[in-house]
Design a protein around this ligand. Structure first.
Ligand code: ADP
Ligand code: MG
Length: 255
């Protein structure tokens, strides 16, 4: 595949924390329209790689291109405007805002409206607000949280917070969503629903890069899987191949 056709492409990424080389010379590619998996044992550097890809951390070395564009100098909110958003392993919803307010905040990034627009175009703004609310409710019902729209985010369970965070990321109408362990702490019935929705969102044109320990989720969703171990690329390929790879098994078993 030609270099220009990758939606996200990283090369030579490295990050050190003191004496620990958390990510070392890592390469990763996400093709447009796909669901790509990122797996590896605890401490392999997956979350750190997400932080490097989304500019929440500055890399010591390496390059990241999103839609063919070097993104090193962009702030996370600018990346969101370009169409790249992420969620966190430990959900970061604002606990003293309601579920709906959290969602509306997620949708605000892309509007970038000025105060005078509110004054000049009040009806257009009201229409936009209504659209944002409609989108918020539609996404909240996707993840089973519509009935909790007026509850404080702080009253949600850990699993529900993860769902809220995923729905909030989608409010920005992204092209690529990085999901850090979306199924962790979520009950099995809901995990299946989340997978269905990720697939539906994917069919609507949204690409995903997913860190997940639940192998059923990875196997059922992903077009391609990348494996990290001890901060480095181990292997990558189709999920069925990765599942049978002896190097991967050995890495998980600590051999
Ligand atoms: P994973 O998500 O694959 O479990 P992480 O990227 O969270 O792995 O962590 C990789 C390694 O880097 C671990 O050894 C972790 O303890 C360390 N680490 C992660 N973030 C920091 C940080 N902010 N400061 C110091 N060490 C960190
Ligand atoms: Mg992690």
């Amino acid at each position: 595949m030609a270099a220009e056709s990758w939606l996200l492409e990283a090369e030579g990424l490295s990050k050190r924390f003191g004496g620990l080389q958390a990510v070392q010379d890592v390469r990763l590619q996400v093709a447009e329209g796909t669901i790509t998996g990122l797996i590896g044992p605890n401490g392999a550097g997956k979350s750190t790689l997400f932080a490097l890809l989304s500019n929440f951390l500055k890399a010591d070395a390496g390059k990241v291109r999103f839609r063919g564009r070097a993104i090193e100098k962009l702030q996370p909110y600018q990346l969101a405007q370009l169409g790249l958003v992420r969620t966190f392993q430990v959900a970061r919803s604002l606990s003293r805002l309601t579920v709906l307010e959290n969602m509306l905040l997620g949708g605000q990034q892309q509007r970038g409206e000025k105060f005078w627009q509110v004054w000049l175009h009040p009806q257009a703004i009201r229409r936009q607000e209504q659209e944002l609310r409609d989108r918020a409710f539609s996404l909240l019902s996707d993840v089973g949280l519509a009935a909790k729209a007026q509850d404080y985010a702080g009253s949600l369970s850990g699993g529900q917070r993860k769902l809220l965070e995923m729905a909030r990321a989608l409010m920005a109408q992204p092209q690529l969503v990085l999901l850090d362990e979306p199924a962790a702490g979520v009950n099995p019935a809901l995990i299946e629903k989340i997978c269905d929705h990720i697939q539906t969102w994917n069919q609507q044109g949204i690409s995903f890069l997913i860190i997940e320990h639940n192998m059923d989720v990875i196997m059922s969703l992903c077009d391609r899987v990348w494996v990290l171990a001890e901060g480095k690329n181990l292997v990558d390929g189709p999920p069925a191949q990765i599942q049978q790879d002896e190097q991967v098994l050995a890495a998980y078993l600590g051999l």
